[in-house]
Design a protein around this ligand. Structure first.
Ligand code: CDT
Length: 318
């Protein structure tokens, strides 16, 4: 295919402002539909929503009542409570990425995302692999990070998906929040030729492991840094989308951005609220990096990369 604009995909990032623990699901869904409409009005063909877009970031609390916890989870996707979003997207012929808490029929819980085509067909499903935080609450912390308690590790790997013609046949990948800090995740998608990585997040505006050495500015810098560096090193577009603002007293960064395959931010959010950012993503612009500096078939030396899959922790030389 020639680089004549025929593979330009207009992509929207639908940043969300805060969602309270007490917000009714219907209200949050209404915000998502309004964002989708704005993206569609702007000509977006694909809208990327944040991680856990249907609820507040509930892992910041210790929730011991199983029924209360279950209320944050989706028993199926779609389900009657979220069907209006799926219906509006299909009516507007817009595809979307949506992060949500998944509860399977056999009772397992995952931090998941789904990718839906403009005709409403499901393209792919992903379960977050890199779960940050702890199993047990830490009393010294004002806000908990209990993803390891509430979710099982994702068991689907990092599959890339070929989008339909309505998405220009893009090779699409998904990540969720903390995944974006791990270059291994990007490389697994890169090795499948990914052209557009969708990543929703809820990132605290303070150091979630405690201490005073991380603030909103540094956390936002890191969020942009990992999207830019990894988009460049895998010659892919990256769409990185926040749930932002003050959720019941806990700060979340914004910093939603769309990054090109050279690692440049093309557009970024300006608020801590519901906001749509849009960019025309030329998928063929990935080819320069993929065929030259990051021509993996020619230049990678996997025989020297063994420790990356053989070990987790650091082994220092003696
Ligand atoms: N949601 C999410 O994955 N947040 C993490 C914070 C991890 S620190 C315990 C992030 O990487 O932004």
């Amino acid at each position: 295919m020639t680089n004549d604009g025929s593979r330009v995909l207009r992509v929207a990032g639908a940043q969300m402002g805060p969602t309270s623990r007490h917000d009714p699901r219907a209200r949050t869904l209404g915000r998502l539909i309004a964002l989708l409409d704005r993206a569609a009005d702007d000509g977006g063909a694909l809208v990327v929503f944040p991680e856990l877009a249907l609820t507040t970031f509930f892992p910041r609390w210790l929730i011991t009542d199983e029924r209360e916890l279950d209320a944050f989870f989706e028993p199926a996707m779609p389900n009657p409570a979220v069907q209006p979003l799926f219906d509006r997207a299909a009516a507007r012929r817009v595809g979307f990425y949506l992060g949500y808490a998944e509860r399977t029929t056999d009772g397992r819980r995952f931090n998941s995302s789904i990718l839906v085509a403009p005709d409403g067909a499901t393209i792919g499903h992903y379960r977050k692999v890199h779960l940050p935080g702890f199993v047990e609450p830490r009393p010294q912390l004002e806000w908990q990070q209990l993803e390891k308690r509430y979710f099982a590790y994702g068991d689907l790997g990092f599959p890339a998906f070929r989008g339909p013609a309505s998405l220009k046949g893009a090779i699409l990948g998904m990540m969720i929040c903390n995944d974006r800090r791990w270059p291994e995740a990007w490389r697994v998608l890169g090795l499948q030729g990914v052209e557009l990585v969708c990543c929703g997040y809820n990132t605290a505006g303070f150091g979630p492991y405690g201490g005073e050495n991380e603030d909103m500015a540094l956390r936002t810098f890191h969020s942009e840094l990992v999207a830019q560096a990894n988009a460049y090193m895998n010659a892919t577009w990256a769409v990185s989308v926040a749930k932002a603002g003050n959720e019941d007293g806990a700060a979340l960064i914004a910093g939603s951005c769309i990054v090109d395959p050279a690692g440049r931010i093309v557009v970024k959010s300006e608020t801590l609220d519901d906001e749509v950012i849009v960019a025309d993503c030329d998928l063929d612009a990935c080819r320069h990096g993929k065929q030259n500096m990051f021509d993996f078939a020619t230049h990678r030396r996997p025989m020297h990369y063994g420790p990356i899959t053989a070990q987790t922790g650091v082994r220092e030389p003696g």
